[in-house]
Design a protein around this ligand. Structure first.
Ligand SMILES: NC(=O)c1ccc[n+]([C@@H]2O[C@H](COP(=O)([O-])OP(=O)(O)OC[C@H]3O[C@@H](n4cnc5c(N)ncnc54)[C@H](O)[C@@H]3O)[C@@H](O)[C@H]2O)c1
Length: 355
């Protein structure tokens, strides 16, 4: 079998998912790994029997054996590494967010065009089983026209610290880290309408609350609490060309009685709650019905979704499939995310008329 030879750039927390799931895919051979923390890369290389280890991304990209890469580094490297990888003739799976600014996103899009290579943005939730189950209902018109979506991803304690809370390296806080997933999922289910305006607010009122005792939370590989210049809460109202709207709020920390993950879309014939559990709301014979699909899992299964994402990327690189999360969607997402930050800074709505 002709195997896809893959290199992984960045060997921190999320690289473990990429490595595990590439290792599960019989069409893939892991051939290279890179991290500026060489010891971390070597540890992973030993675990997954990866022959080539680098501390400098340019050396990995110069290895002609490598056909495709996963980019699992900090957000401030995504654009530069994506462009360099594409220009070196590699297919690219880039972790979310695509990058930090719209200008960078357009440069990556241009690099994808000139290279002709596969580029997949790591919008992993698109590849979730419940997402694809719901798509069957939406694609066959069961929900009618979706005109409203709502997403909340609220952590009461969960600023991962390290680079995540350093704006220069991350580009922002919960909006760019968590909001990107839930906004994208709603937008994907809504049929990716063109954005016309964004009104947002960001707050940095509580700090990272590293002082809190007795509650554990996710921390970056190089956790460091002292540097925190990102927002701790963001909310936004996004309007689309077809009149549809999306409301979202996300936090790294908030005085709230519990964490919340809720995602729903609402159409003219039916609606759906995607999280915390897939359910479909509709009307029949003058009765309102809640339909509960019968499946092993009705919430997003992170590992299974990730496996689908990796398999889909592999299939696309081998010419069998087309990615579900192309660079153009990453560009639109950067427009939305950056507009939330801009709107919050200016205290006014951002409009995209004619853009
Ligand atoms: N899809 C998801 O659900 C998901 C989940 C977590 C993280 N992510 C994304 O994955 C990326 C990495 O996140 P993480 O949690 O693994 O962070 P991490 O800090 O655990 O790992 C990042 C690694 O990148 C390395 N690195 C940074 N800059 C480098 C450079 N210039 N050259 C070589 N190596 C470099 C660091 O040394 C570190 O080992 C981020 O973009 C994040 O948004 C996605």
């Amino acid at each position: 079998m002709n195997k896809l030879k893959v290199g992984v750039i960045g060997s921190g927390s999320i690289s473990t998912m990429h490595l595990d799931l590439y290792a599960n895919n019989p069409e893939v051979e892991l051939v290279a790994i890179c991290d500026m923390n060489r010891a971390r890369a070597e540890e992973k290389a030993a675990k997954y029997a990866i022959p080539h280890v680098y501390a400098d991304v340019r050396e990995l990209l110069a290895n002609t054996e490598v056909e495709a890469v996963s980019i699992c580094t900090w957000n401030n490297t995504h654009a530069e590494f994506s462009i360099a990888a594409l220009d070196a003739g590699k297919h690219v799976l880039c972790e979310k967010p695509l990058c930090q600014t719209v200008e960078q996103a357009l440069q990556v899009e241009e690099a994808v065009r000139r290279s002709g290579k596969v580029f997949q943005v790591g919008f992993v939730r698109r590849y979730g089983q419940t997402t694809q189950m719901l798509r069957k209902f939406i694609d066959s018109g069961d929900l009618g026209d979706i005109y409203y979506a709502k997403a909340s991803c609220l952590r009461r304690l969960g600023n991962p610290g390290g680079w995540f809370s350093d704006k220069e390296r991350s580009g922002g806080g919960p909006l760019i880290d968590l909001g990107v997933h839930v906004i994208d999922l709603c937008w994907y289910l809504m049929g990716r309408p063109k954005v016309v305006s964004v009104s947002g607010n960001t707050y940095n009122k509580l700090g990272n609350r590293a002082n809190v005792k007795h509650l554990s939370f996710y921390q970056a590989a190089d956790y460091e609490a002292s540097n925190n210049d990102v927002e701790d809460l963001a909310n936004a109202l996004i309007r689309f060309e077809n009149g549809a709207s999306l409301m979202v709020d996300v936090s790294f920390t908030l005085h709230a009685v519990k964490n919340e993950l809720s995602i729903s879309v609402h159409g003219t014939k039916g609606g759906a709650q995607v999280e915390p559990e897939l359910q479909i709301a509709t009307e029949k014979h003058d009765m309102m019905l809640n339909l509960l699909p019968q499946a092993d899992k009705l919430t997003f299964d992170f590992v299974a979704g990730f496996q689908n994402e990796i398999n889909h990327f592999t299939g696309s690189c081998l010419g069998r499939l087309e990615t579900l999360s192309p660079v153009e969607d990453g560009v639109e997402m950067m427009k939305m995310l950056c507009a939330v930050y801009e709107s919050a800074a200016l205290g006014q709505e951002i409009r995209f008329d004619g853009k």
